[in-house]
Design a protein around this ligand. Structure first.
Ligand code: GTP
Length: 405
């Protein structure tokens, strides 16, 4: 069986699959890289900004609790912390006095898992010495609350991912369109080439493509197919002509001996299969040589052509009249229902010759035929036996005529 384009190399990926894979890889790598980079940049910027805010806040808290430290008023310090930190993103503040003893402590309300996750993201706590006029009043530890930061970061990630998904979708659609423009025409060419080569579909042509280079390629491909179709048609014509010449006689245009033998063999096989009957007539022109000798070869040719036409005119279309060679002809009458009809045909052929034949030069010519008949299955059951019998019969008739003359 001839392979189809897809069956040609089953282990090989198609051009469409290769392009799609390369394209998808490119999209995934770009999206992951761009997404990762944007998220890292956003995270870095947010962290720096948050750290800066936390430092500003630490300084504010330091100023606020300074008086309480000076006057050793823990209650005032705690109250100050409550007031300052109520609305800030701070998780915990620890205040120590100059001797390092805990002075005040403030902690935001527990926020559950979300808050713990946020703390994990948060940078190291701020540690700051509180001084006045060069004298250390205490130390401040401040740990930021990353909940807001985490929420903001997740929003950024979601927006970045959304943008990247939209970009990937658009790139995919554009890629598919581009692949359609390239792969579609190439596939059409492969299919047409395959159909022309394996199914001899010479009428197939590749359709127009949407890309200039492929369109030019398709046009050249179609032009080559046009040329090929013309050559093929000329070759077929030449072959038909040669086949006709191999089986026909050039002078009379009748089938030749080889063609008659084939036809007779086929007819005998058919008659054998259907238990039918057939008749073979061997026809020879009487004293034809004389015409050649006295009126010339051209006159002889004219007589042969006329005899051929008159023989052909007396039988049915599906009966076969052939020129065996020289002035010898053969007629195959098949099928034959009634042998009496065959003798009627012989008489008709003889009568057809009564009319004089026009010669290229000089007066018309008269021609008589000697006809031998062989019947299937009566006189033979093979093609050669029947022809032989008909030939012998023709000579018997010719001899009889010669004796009468
Ligand atoms: N003009 C012409 N003559 C041919 C052609 N082919 C063969 N002949 C001649 O036909 C003649 C046939 O010879 P014969 O059958 O022996 O001659 P005939 O005169 O018919 O003899 P009988 O059959 O005994 O009557 C020969 O002279 C061949 O040269 C042809 O194509 N054209």
């Amino acid at each position: 069986m001839n392979p189809t384009p897809r069956q040609a190399e089953p282990s090989m990926p198609s051009l469409r699959a290769e392009l799609r894979r390369a394209h998808l890889t490119l999209i995934v790598v770009s999206v992951v890289l761009a997404g990762g980079l944007l998220t890292a940049l956003a995270w870095g910027a947010l962290r720096t900004h948050a750290m800066h805010n936390l430092q500003l806040l630490s300084r504010t808290v330091g100023y606020t609790v300074e008086a309480a430290l000076v006057f050793n008023d823990k209650e005032a310090a705690t109250e100050a912390l409550n007031t300052v930190l109520r609305d800030e993103s701070v998780a915990e503040v620890r205040l120590f006095d100059a001797s390092g003893q805990p002075f005040a402590h403030w902690r935001a309300q527990a926020g559950g898992l979300w808050s713990e996750a946020a703390q994990a993201l948060w940078p190291t706590p701020i540690e700051m010495a509180l001084e006045r006029d060069g004298k250390v009043l205490g130390r401040l530890f401040l740990r930021g609350d990353g909940s807001e930061l985490l929420r903001f970061l997740l929003t950024v990630v979601a927006v970045v991912l959304g943008c990247l998904a939209a970009t990937a979708w658009l790139a995919l659609r554009l890629g598919q369109r581009m692949m359609g423009h390239i792969v579609g025409p190439l596939q059409a060419m492969v299919e047409v080439a395959h159909a022309v080569r394996h199914d001899r579909a010479m009428h197939r042509r590749v359709p127009a493509a949407g890309v200039a280079e492929l369109q030019a390629f398709g046009n050249d491909f179609n032009a080559l197919l046009d040329e090929l179709a013309l050559r093929e048609a000329a070759l077929e014509q030449e072959n038909a002509h040669l086949a006709h010449r191999a089986e026909h006689d050039a002078l009379t245009k009748l089938p030749n001996r080889a063609a008659f033998d084939h036809a007779l063999e086929a007819a005998v096989a058919r008659a054998h299969a259907t238990q039918g009957q057939l008749a073979v007539l061997f026809v020879d022109c009487d004293r034809f040589k004389q015409i050649n000798d006295t009126r010339g070869h051209a006159a002889g040719d004219a007589v042969l052509r006329e005899v051929a036409q008159r023989l052909r005119a007396q039988v049915r279309d599906n009966d076969i009249v052939a020129r065996l060679g020289g002035d010898e002809f053969a007629v195959l009458i098949a099928p034959v229902r009634d042998f009496a009809r065959v003798h009627g045909i012989v008489t008709a052929l003889e009568h057809a010759m009564l009319l004089p034949i026009a010669a290229p030069e000089g007066p018309p010519l008269q021609m008589a035929l000697s006809i031998g008949v062989a019947l299937y299955p009566e006189h033979g059951t093979s093609a050669s036996a029947l022809l032989h019998k008909a030939d012998n019969e023709m000579y018997r008739v010719k001899r009889q005529r010669a004796q009468v003359a």
